[in-house]
Design a protein around this ligand. Sequence first.
Ligand SMILES: C[S@@+](CC[C@H](N)C(=O)[O-])C[C@H]1O[C@@H](n2cnc3c(N)ncnc32)[C@H](O)[C@@H]1O
Length: 339
Amino acid sequence: MRVMKQARIRSSEASGAIPYLMELGLVDRSAKISKDGDHRLVPIAAGREDEMIEMGYEITEGPAYTMERRKPQERLALELADLPEEAVSALPMKWEYVGDVVILKIDGACLPYKERIGEAYARILGAKTVCADINGIAGELRRPSTEIIYGSDTESVRLENGIYFEFDVSRIMFASGNTDERMRMKEMDCRGETVADMFAGIGYFTLPIAKFTGARKVFACEKNPDSYKYLIRNIERNDVSEKIIPMLGDNRYMPGKRFADRVIMGYVQTTSAFLPKALDMVKRGGMIHYHDTFYVNGHKEKIEGIFSAAGADFQIEKIKEVKSFAPSVSHYVADVRIL
Ligand SMILES: C[S@@+](CC[C@H](N)C(=O)[O-])C[C@H]1O[C@@H](n2cnc3c(N)ncnc32)[C@H](O)[C@@H]1O
């Protein structure tokens, strides 16, 4: 029998804790919860063990009493086998979990059957809601274009590296490809620093910096009112209200000159338009984390050109590829010291 990792949870705490862990997507719903004396053994979803440990649960290993031995992909294909051939062969075989909401990329051939597909994916993947990603992320405010194909509640919570990110999956983007960069921000040494996050979103960088780096204050600006609402909720949920000053509006109106030890520019494609404001806010000797997409060939020269054109005296300390964006184009972040 397959062996799997399980979290030991006191039976007296189980009725409160297990639904919450399920909401966070930490429970492997394809396996059964079993009993061990006055404890429950809760099967842990693949790759989520560290988060259970972080929450203080004791981890054990035990047999996986699976409810269904087949892989979900096989079960989905079997369940929907009566759809026309072109729809069956286009069924999504990958998906993203955000807590207990599932996001799928849906092919045109599947669209006429989206309700059936949504119901089957919800049941087999154990999701409360299924959203179809219709057209990726678009526009200045990075709104996703999604359609709910099963359920109605699209609010969810993602626990990542010790931070809770609550948001509405159907209205707000969450770049899972940026996880490493959020981790890097969490691990910086910002003791005593004042930080300005010009594109705060729901707190992608603001929250790890405020919670873990020793920063004194983080000024977090966000223009999209939907994202701002969750930024405020996430500040409270992560218990960092004393460290963060949230602002709703365009970052070009952020007050103050040369006050920031560090400025985060977590935005791509028109980032250079905001560089004059970042240079206004950063102290001499301070750091700008400058994000943008560039052709892989010549990206360093391009970044140098942008800072030179803005009249900055600077030194690039590091350039890191965040993720591939398109063929020959990547999203980079440059750590640029302003002299
Ligand atoms: C792409 S998201 C941030 C992504 C994030 N860095 C991550 O790791 O996933 C950028 C955010 O900047 C916001 N934004 C765009 N223009 C803005 C402006 N002029 N002032 C403040 N916020 C802005 C958008 O609404 C969006 O929430």
